[in-house]
Design a protein around this ligand. Structure first.
Ligand SMILES: *Cc1c(COP(=O)(O)O)cnc(C)c1O
Length: 419
């Protein structure tokens, strides 16, 4: 069922040879599988079938408009963390009633934009933010639907940069202080308290942290209800991991099996915010070998994709599997795969054993469909790369490669420099 596999030593994306896409669109290029995106989304849908729920895809993992449209068509909602993401979600056709909005630094304009759109709920991260939303809603003569993001102090046992549910984290409100915050929220006239939100981190590969955190949240929900505060929604966030190397993260059905019994009798509406587990393994970054360079200690494979295209290895020391687009039987060489960026931290793989490659060979960097393109930049004035969606035997460019004119779009030369 895997969408990226070999046929006669050639790597395919569904039924299209990856080489064919690279020839038509150029490299580097992100390639996504339509089939895999849907399969991953449907795995959640089926797992939580029977429990009232909304699956809100986390746009920060992948916000390509065509991918969002595909998910929207299949009933997916959105978890957004900025006004820009809210704009994209609505443009893609995600109904505002399926959009939740998190993030510690929502601006006044963003709050007004979300109130105007009529989103499902704000996931509030501090009492200051709560007061601001109340005030802005009052000015707009609206009631803001809200949940408070609580921090259950659970260690998700993942990379520190992507753990968000520990005491020292900037996210959410410490769970011990939640009751007093909810009591304040209830008194504010322009807020409508609907639920509790938590999100403890990303790339979590065991069930335990999800269960521990949810238990704390459900017990809080019961306490709040006993104080007469209506809690209809429990938003359990995202964070389910994917196999990058040899991890064996739980399937959404295992997650639901562990979690649904805890929710039973509570009459809760569940919100899930998966990002990585939907798009991560639905995409690859294809890059071309430019040069081979041998140093006394090391061999470098210099490729046309760099940290500006995929920053996860540089930022988190993340591992991405690398596959040759055309398999060969040449001898194995251990090398670093490095990009053209003028930074020592610019690598996509280190000390990687690969069959020897030469100039012009294509390599696929696997599991790049989440936090890949969305974290890319124009650093070193490199145009951002193209994105392609494969569906069966067909492929579609879903974002054009940027051009040099994109690099100067919006720039102005002041008059005094024009003479
Ligand atoms: C990043 C994020 C997600 C998605 O996390 P994944 O690990 O990609 O599933 C969900 N909710 C919130 C609030 C987030 O910040």
């Amino acid at each position: 069922m895997h969408a990226f596999k070999y046929k006669n030593s050639e790597l395919y994306a569904e039924d299209v040879p990856v080489r064919k896409i690279a020839e038509a669109v150029g490299t580097p290029v992100y390639i996504y599988s339509h089939d895999t995106l849907l399969r991953h989304f449907n795995a959640y849908r089926e797992a939580f079938n029977g429990q009232p729920h909304t699956i809100c895809f986390a746009l920060k993992a992948n916000s390509n408009l065509a991918i969002l449209r595909l998910l929207a068509r299949n009933g997916c909602g959105a978890d957004v963390v900025s006004g820009g993401e809210l704009h994209l979600a609505l443009k893609a056709g995600i109904p505002s009633g399926k959009i939740v909005y998190a993030g510690v630094g929502k601006t006044e304009n963003e709050i007004a934009q979300a109130l105007k759109a009529g989103i499902l709920m704000f996931n509030i991260e501090s009492s200051d933010e709560m007061l601001a939303i109340n005030e802005i809603a009052g000015r707009m003569k609206k009631k803001a639907p809200i949940a408070l993001r609580v921090n259950p102090d659970i260690d998700p046992e993942t990379h520190p940069y992507i753990s968000t549910g520990l005491k020292e984290s900037k996210f959410g409100i410490p769970i011990e202080e939640a009751l007093e915050h909810y009591q304040l929220a209830r008194k504010l006239p322009n807020l409508n308290v609907l639920g509790i939100h938590k999100h403890i981190g990303s790339q979590i590969t065991t069930i335990r942290p999800f269960v521990d955190a949810l238990q704390k949240v459900i017990s809080l929900a019961k306490t709040l209800r006993s104080h007469g505060i209506a809690i209809d929604y429990i938003d359990m966030g995202g964070g389910l991991g994917i196999p990058y190397r040899n991890e064996h993260p739980p399937h959404p059905s295992e997650l639901s099996k562990a979690i649904l019994p805890l929710m039973k009798d509570g009459n809760f509406n569940l919100i899930l915010e998966p990002g990585r587990s939907i798009s991560g393994n639905a995409g690859v970054l294809v890059t071309k070998v430019l040069y081979i360079k041998k140093h006394p200690q090391k061999e470098f494979v210099i490729i046309d994709g760099g940290m500006n295209d995929l920053i996860r290895p540089s930022l988190y020391n993340a591992y991405h599997n690398v596959l040759p687009v055309k398999k060969n039987n040449r001898k194995k060489v251990v090398s670093d795969l490095v990009g053209p960026i003028c930074e020592s931290g610019d690598f996509l793989a280190k000390n990687r054993e690969l069959n020897k490659v030469s100039r012009g060979d294509l390599l696929a960097v696997m599991s790049a469909g989440a936090y890949g393109f969305t974290m890319s930049s124009n650093y070193n004035s490199r145009p951002r790369v193209a994105e392609v969606l494969v569906k069966g035997r067909e492929f579609f460019v879903i974002r054009e490669r940027e051009t040099y004119s994109d690099l100067i779009r919006g720039s102005r030369i002041p008059e005094f420099l024009k003479q």
